[in-house]
Write a protein that binds this ligand. Structure first.
Ligand code: SDX
Length: 431
């Protein structure tokens, strides 16, 4: 924590309290309220944590006003263009871009941890074939702590490192297996001669009956999708992983909790919900109807893939994703994909509508990703598992940072209690 000379003065009932103010390397100053309850006897109140910093971090920074996303200081658009997912994984985990030798070693370790314990395949068979793959991923990732006992002691740095590699390396294998199981095809084992994204496509789309040809442009697009979803400050699922880890729970249990949180349609589930919405809209001429519904306070409908807690200008990931969508769909000869046409017309209509401009609602990372994934052959149910696969490195990097933070303690928020004050029990005959 940075030292500070700046303070804020809070006055309650004539009493003044000095609260230290810390200045970050980027972003707003923060008010240290840790001693507030002890000195002033009051809590702060911030449902949804709209103005609350839960930790300090050096991994990712978002400037919502500028539409800027930095990973260890590097802008996401540069990383998406010039880097690749495993290099971004190294950067997020270690803080610096790797040398050639460091990258080669890192990629070799990840590649050689992609297989899962063979008995884990029986776990998939316990699910119905129509189980949502996110339900399978929550279950199977949580169960990893039953197979990898030798990397569950979070007090041992070596075990933490092994758990990090296992999670990053095995998530594609688990996600692909969930997909194969849902379509009744045999599991496909990872191959060590393929890069991370190509391996995932291979495990999802190859079948024993014929040789699967990796399309390098689709593999590059897949890798870029992984990079664009890698980490994003203290979003809901990352905060879930941090809170679960603050109790000392093992890393597999914590990441399973993060997957469960990501599943929600307000968070990572939005990519699936967005594509289903584009399908429901169906054609450009129905867009005004849905824009009106999104603006109607009495209608719970929201434009999925629009809006963000932090970005109030544009989501830089959405811009890169939109370019990638054009490339992939043109390559696949489906540039006239009706959902892409509806998405582009919807974006145009919304950003020119005063309501969305006033509420600062712009397409987020989930708006175009589903269009690419559907064109690549994935069912909508696989969109959020792919988000979870990509975000695993973010969860693990933040988990690692938290465990190395001397301030780390169990998270235990307080509340504004509005319930009954103490009263005596009433026997049933007197009720
Ligand atoms: C992700 O946190 C992260 O970083 C998440 C993420 C990551 O990488 O981890 O970026 C990934 O989750 C992206 C967001 C995906 N979700 C969606 O696309 C679902 C649709 N969007 C929303 O539900 C909403 O915009 C949120 C959840 C993303 C943000 O909600 P906030 O910040 O709590 O804002 P809010 O709900 O208070 O909305 C502010 C106003 C409201 O109107 P008023 O009550 O002020 O009149 O904007 C309106 C909302 O009704 N609004 C929308 C809208 N989103 C907000 N109106 C129509 N359509 C929308 N999508």
């Amino acid at each position: 924590m940075t030292e500070t000379q700046k303070t804020a003065t809070l006055t309650i009932d004539g009493e003044s309290y000095e609260l230290p103010i810390y200045s970050p390397s980027a972003g707003p100053d923060v008010l240290d309220i840790r001693k507030l309850y002890g000195t002033a006897g009051v809590f702060t109140y911030d449902p949804g944590f709209t103005s609350t910093a839960s930790c300090d971090s050096t991994i990712t920074f978002i400037d919502g006003g500028k539409g800027e996303l930095l990973h260890r200081g590097y802008p996401i658009d540069q990383l998406a263009e010039k880097s690749h997912y495993l290099e971004v994984c190294y950067l997020l985990l270690n803080g610096e871009l790797p040398s050639a030798a460091e990258l080669e070693e890192f990629e070799n370790i990840v590649t050689r941890h992609t297989m899962i314990h063979d008995q884990m395949h029986y776990l998939f068979r316990g699910f119905r074939r129509d189980a949502h793959p996110m339900a399978i991923m929550v279950g199977v990732v949580g169960a990893m702590s039953a197979f990898y006992h030798d990397s569950t002691d979070i007090t041992d740095p070596r075990q933490r490192e092994i758990a990090a590699f296992r999670l990053i390396a095995k998530m594609p294998t688990i996600a692909a297996a969930a997909y194969k199981y849902s379509i009744g095809q045999p599991f496909v084992h990872p191959r060590n001669d393929l890069d991370y994204a190509s391996n995932f496509l291979h495990m999802c789309f190859s079948v024993p009956a014929e040789e699967y040809q990796i399309n390098p442009i689709l593999a590059r697009a897949m890798d870029r999708i992984f990079t664009l979803h890698a980490d994003h400050e203290q979003n809901a699922s990352t905060s879930t992983v941090r809170l679960a880890s603050s109790s000392g729970a093992n890393p597999f249990a914590c990441v399973a909790a993060g997957i469960a949180c990501l599943w929600g349609p307000a968070h990572g589930g939005a990519n699936q919900a967005c594509l289903e919405m584009l399908g429901e809209i169906g054609s450009v001429d129905r867009i005004p109807e849905f824009i009106a519904r999104a603006k109607d306070k009495n209608d719970p409908f929201r434009l999925m893939g629009f809006g963000h807690r932090v970005y109030k200008n544009f989501d830089p990931r959405a811009k890169v994703m939109k370019q990638s969508a054009d490339e992939v769909l043109e390559l696949l000869g489906v540039e006239n994909n009706p959902k892409l046409q509806v998405a582009k017309a919807l974006e145009e209509a919304a950003i020119n509508d005063p309501y969305f401009a006033e509420k600062k609602l712009f397409p987020n990372v989930d708006f175009y990703s589903g269009i690419i994934l559907e064109a690549m052959g994935f069912p909508t149910s696989m969109f959020t598992p792919i988000f979870a696969l990509s975000r695993t490195v973010g969860w693990v990097s933040q988990w690692k940072e938290m465990l190395n933070d001397p301030q780390n303690k169990i998270g235990r928020p307080r509340q504004l209690y509005l319930g009954e004050t103490e009263r005596d029990y009433t026997d049933i005959e007197n009720r």
